[in-house]
Design a protein around this ligand. Structure first.
Ligand SMILES: Nc1ncnc2c1ncn2[C@@H]1O[C@H](COP(=O)(O)OP(=O)(O)OP(=O)(O)O)[C@@H](O)[C@H]1O
Length: 514
């Protein structure tokens, strides 16, 4: 941490005090506070459901708090509903893009703000050339090297985030909230993002950083605030707080060492017939022909960063995409390619990466979502008995530690990490013979991560096969064997006992090991 210390005398970039927010019977925030100083990079951490996203909604004017005050730069927050005024104070870069995919970078930068880009005619006439020039100036002013003529949808995630940050700064905001900004970035992308954030901090921009990756908190942030069960627990300088103390503050328990369910805990029959097999499986432009064999009791890891082809592999195994060649078989029988129902019938359970697009029906209850794939087992002759659905959901809620008011609560009212657990519950509901998980712990807190990966390990120990596709080292630690994919090619194979450095190097295409 080599940044200059934030100016303690200057008014806080944001100060929130006594914030209370209720959703029906749920108290999401119970009198919490937060202060972020100019030029500071401040982490907000806590377990799933602790109240982080709710605070972000309050700080960005999306939710009106039931009690408490917010100020920016020493001035009271704008009136509720005055969107333009809020935009001039604060912006949040979400995992989900806020830019309009079909518009160019320049258009996105000056969306609702054309006067700035044009001739100053108050937005009545748009000077496209002026717009582009102004966009170029603005981006280079913040040191962002992105072509303003490119459509937003063609930008890599990292550059899209830069554009969103530049856009917020152009509205006058001096506080940027980053909600899990590294979720879709590879190691180099993360370093570039962090480099950019440090530069902006030196110019006095303040960041509130929300992440479940504690090592990123230690790398980037100067201060940290912990919420637990809707309450403020601690604010400290990162340098003064050990990781163990931070985890204790988050969980309320003395942490000890996380009990990772290590690979190879049980003797396996290495001659058993594979449950899941691929032969010459390939998707042109994504990955080269791949022969995989996953035996009962085995967890196979496929390690690969964004452009490795790993995601496409997972989607093909789940029947969501068609391969351009080769086959997938279950217990020796070929599975019809590109068909989710056939994959399900063959016994393949799938935990998708994006819970919103592929996982959940948000307005339906936890119970309904958790049982979507097993409605045929919930009552006689195709009926669905609500009592059985609820009972099933209760078991899942308990075993996965899902924080919810109960099985009847709509999934839209759950925190992000708890929604992800419902997706996992749904995949497990059918008791799959092969479980395919794509970055299963994205957005899940450190303690839940442990129990979730433990569930995958248990499913395998009970005789199923499991494939975990991820670039998260913690996800891969439960695996018995890990293949590293780089640009669509297996570049290394690891048994247990790999080091973080070796695996990262292989995923980045700079280390080879057979
Ligand atoms: N719209 C809503 N309706 C009902 N309850 C809600 C709503 N939004 C949030 N909650 C509840 O408020 C609590 C805090 O949720 P919040 O999303 O702020 O947690 P979080 O700390 O961001 O969690 P995560 O790390 O999982 O994203 C949770 O119990 C959640 O179920």
């Amino acid at each position: 941490m080599d940044q200059a210390p934030p100016d303690a005398a200057a008014p806080a970039a944001v100060h929130a005090e006594g914030i209370v927010k209720r959703f029906g019977p749920t108290v999401a925030l119970d009198g919490v506070r937060l202060t972020v100083r100019p030029g500071e990079s401040h982490a907000l951490v806590g377990r799933n459901g602790a109240g982080k996203s709710t605070l972000v909604s309050v700080l960005t004017g999306l939710h009106r708090p039931d009690a408490g005050q917010v100020s920016f730069g020493g001035e009271p927050a704008p009136a509720f509903g005055d969107t333009t005024a809020w935009q001039s104070k604060v912006a949040c870069v979400y995992q989900k893009s806020m830019v309009v995919p079909d518009l160019t970078v320049a258009e996105n930068l000056f969306l609702n703000n054309y006067g700035l880009g044009g001739s100053g005619a108050g937005g009545r006439f748009i000077s496209w050339r002026g717009l582009r020039e102004r966009a170029r100036e603005l981006l280079s002013g913040y040191g962002v090297d992105v072509d303003p003529n490119v459509r937003a949808k063609d930008l890599p995630v990292e550059q899209r985030q830069f554009v969103e940050i530049a856009r917020a700064l152009s509205f006058g905001a001096r506080l940027i909230i980053l909600d899990e900004p590294t979720a879709q970035l590879d190691a180099r992308g993360i370093q570039r993002l962090f480099g950019k954030l440090r530069e902006l901090q030196d110019q006095g921009v303040a960041f509130l950083f929300i992440s479940h990756h504690l090592q990123e908190v230690y790398e980037l942030c100067t201060a940290v605030t912990v919420y637990r069960d809707a309450r403020h627990v601690l604010t400290a300088q990162v340098a003064d707080l050990s990781k163990a103390d931070l985890v204790t503050a988050m969980t309320g328990e003395s942490s000890g060492k996380a009990a990772w369910h290590a690979a190879g805990t049980k003797e396996r029959d290495t001659t058993a017939e594979p449950v899941l097999r691929t032969e010459g499986l390939t998707l042109e432009g994504e990955f080269e022909p791949l022969d995989l064999a996953v035996r009962p009791g085995e967890v196979l890891g496929v390690a690969g960063a964004a452009a490795s082809g790993a995601t496409a592999l997972g989607e093909i195994l789940a029947g969501m995409r068609k391969p351009s060649g080769g086959s997938v078989s279950m217990h020796g029988t070929k599975v019809k390619p590109g068909s989710v129902p056939h994959a399900l019938d063959a016994g393949i359970g799938y935990i998708p990466e994006d819970r919103h697009l592929q996982g959940l029906v948000l307005e339906r209850s936890v119970a309904e979502n958790a049982t979507l794939t097993v409605t045929d087992q919930l009552g006689p002759w195709g009926t669905v008995l609500p009592s059985r659905t609820r009972e099933f959901a209760r078991t899942m809620i308990a075993s996965l530690d899902i924080k919810t008011q109960g099985p009847e609560q709509p999934v839209s009212g759950l925190s992000g990490g708890n929604q992800q657990k419902v997706v996992v519950a749904r995949a497990l509901a059918r008791k799959p013979s092969a479980l395919v998980a794509l970055r299963p712990t994205a957005g899940v807190d450190i303690k839940s991560k442990d129990s979730l990966l433990g569930v995958v390990r248990t499913v395998a120990d009970q005789g199923s096969a499991a494939v975990i596709i991820s670039d998260e080292l913690d996800d891969l630690r439960v695996c018995d064997r890990v293949l590293a994919l780089f640009h669509g090619r297996v570049v290394a194979t690891f048994g247990s006992g790999w080091t973080d450095q070796e695996l990262v190097a292989a995923m980045e295409g700079v280390g080879e090991r057979e």
